[in-house]
Design a protein around this ligand. Structure first.
Ligand code: FAD
Ligand code: MLT
Ligand code: ZN
Length: 468
């Protein structure tokens, strides 16, 4: 039999009145919720795919309170699910029957920006939008940006190693983390908020916690490296024949345009969906096979290099109309065709959501061949971070087509083309069935050893990242 990522089962003790009373004494009466009407909003993530009513929600306001709460739950054998903004897309923040939700949202302090160090330390519950607004007056920005910015928390973004739209310029969340403060499964607090650019004293524990999905520690604070907020930005939305041209034009822009910070593709189906659901005017006279959004940023107005690359590609890549936005309003208008797709899909139903990476050489073949493998009744919407080889495949289906069958079909195609079954959203519970198919026994055993060392009794998010 294959080794499991985490062999120890949680003890599944139930929440008792005694535990509830102890937690109320530790974090305050008002911040331990057990009324189903109050706990229900903490019981589903953004997808609406998982809906549960948590038995208990704990809302500590300080790191010490987090530590006390984790220790109390650990002693009682009650597993906890760390939760931030609940914008995750793989079910990782949704509690199972006997699990307590540990909401970190009250830990939203914003530390002093250090302009010389180009760092800031923030509480795990601070939203990305709040941190962005906090550092902007210093001419600085967070290296990761994503459409869920007004709800996603920095703790959640570290825990998922979020990617977003600027990865090709600044990397994923792990690359932004200069330090963390975290509560371990037994309630001890690990403090590594140093913030230095170079610090090779021992293992990179902050880096390990990035992408750990609430299974290794509860993140309570983060020191972020910051990047320059460029004085100028230009966005171009280009109408192309299809994904092959999008991949090629992106490669050329990466080679030839200084300051390329985003390359995002939207297929025809996704473009039509977002136009309808968000009530946007069509950006082009006719819907193209694929729309490619390129964003360039720099200290000077960066339009020339971008225009030159697009013009040179006009003939051989058959570039059609190009809409350009230089001021903030026009840029936002163009980004809307990309950023509102997720909401548009949710308005149509609960999609089967896949988030995969392909080597760029395989990307267009994968996307363009996808429909041949799907039942006719299924509608496929593809869009994503083409600059990173990361495509989001969302499938709307009728009840007769099992979701699992669709997931398997798509993920088998991805694996056959040397891709990854999770680019940036993580494994959560949604992709857990695939963990043992894409990581070998030694790999799974190494992860299990780390998890077992940090959480020997399985109290931290036990259902997540568990191979089955
Ligand atoms: P939650 O959803 O609350 O939790 C996510 C996971 O992290 C869970 O496993 C949870 O247990 C764990 N966790 C949360 N907080 C902590 C903590 N303090 N300590 C330990 N574990 C914790 N993701 C991308 O990568 N790129 C995108 O471009 C992107 N765009 C999005 C756009 C939209 C419209 C939406 C709805 C989502 C998008 N996401 C994207 C997904 C989501 O926003 C990210 O995964 C985000 O990082 C989750 O943050 P959160 O605070 O909402 O975490
Ligand atoms: C995005 O890039 O918009 C997201 O990761 C959200 C999604 O996949 O729906
Ligand atoms: Zn994404």
């Amino acid at each position: 039999p294959r080794l499991r990522a985490h062999r120890r089962s949680p003890s599944l003790a139930r929440v008792t009145d005694a535990l509830t009373a102890e937690l109320r004494a530790l974090v305050g009466e008002a911040h331990v919720l057990d009324d189903p009407q109050l706990t229900a909003p903490y019981g589903s993530d953004w997808t609406g795919r998982w809906e549960r009513t948590p038995r208990l929600v704990i809302r500590p306001g300080t790191t010490d309170e987090v530590a006390h709460a984790v220790r109390a739950c650990s002693d009682a054998g009650v597993p906890v699910v760390p939760q931030g903004g609940n914008t995750g897309l793989v079910g990782g923040s949704v509690p199972h029957e006997h699990e307590a939700v540990l909401s970190l949202r009250r830990l939203d302090r914003l530390g002093t920006v250090q302009p010389l160090d180009r760092t800031v330390t923030v509480g795990a519950g601070a939203t990305l939008a709040a941190v962005q607004a906090h550092v902007r007056p210093h001419g600085l920005a967070v290296g990761v940006d994503l459409a869920a910015r007004s709800q996603a928390t920095l703790g959640g973004m570290v825990a998922t190693n979020a990617g977003g739209v600027h990865v090709l310029a600044h990397g994923m969340m792990r690359a932004q983390v200069r330090g963390v403060e975290a509560v371990l499964a037994d309630g001890r607090v690990l403090r590594r908020l140093g913030g230095l650019e170079k610090d090779n004293v021992g293992y990179d524990l902050p880096g390990l916690f990035a992408g750990s999905e609430g299974t290794l520690a509860v993140i309570t604070g983060v020191t972020l490296r910051l990047v320059d907020e460029p004085a100028h930005r230009v966005v171009a939305l280009c109408a192309l024949d299809g994904w092959r041209a999008a991949v090629e034009l992106t490669a050329r822009a990466r080679r030839e345009v200084r300051g390329l910070v985003a390359a995002e593709a939207v297929s025809a189906e996704a473009l039509e969906l977002v136009i309808e659901t968000a009530g946007l005017p069509p950006p082009f006279e006719a819907t193209p096979g694929c729309a490619l959004l390129l964003e360039v940023a720099g200290p000077e107005e960066p339009t020339d290099e971008l225009a030159a690359v697009v013009e040179r590609a006009a003939d051989d890549l058959d570039v059609g109309e190009v809409a350009v936005g230089t001021d903030a309003r026009d840029r936002a208008r163009l980004w809307a065709y990309r950023e509102h797709i997720t909401e548009g899909l949710e308005a149509r139903g609960v999609p089967v959501k896949l988030d995969v990476t392909l080597p760029p050489r395989e990307l267009a073949g994968f996307v363009e061949g996808l429909e041949d493998h799907l039942p006719e009744s299924v509608r496929a919407y593809t869009f994503g971070h083409v600059g990173d080889g990361n495509v989001h495949v969302n499938l709307l289906r009728d009840a007769l087509v099992p979701a699992e069958r669709l997931e398997d079909t798509v993920l088998e195609l991805v694996v056959a083309r040397d891709g990854s079954i999770s680019a940036e959203h993580g494994i959560g519970v949604a992709k857990a069935g695939w963990l043992g198919r894409v990581r070998d026994d030694t790999d799974l055993a190494t992860m299990a050893a780390l998890r077992g060392a940090l959480d020997p009794t399985g109290v931290l998010n036990p259902a997540v990242l568990r191979a089955h």
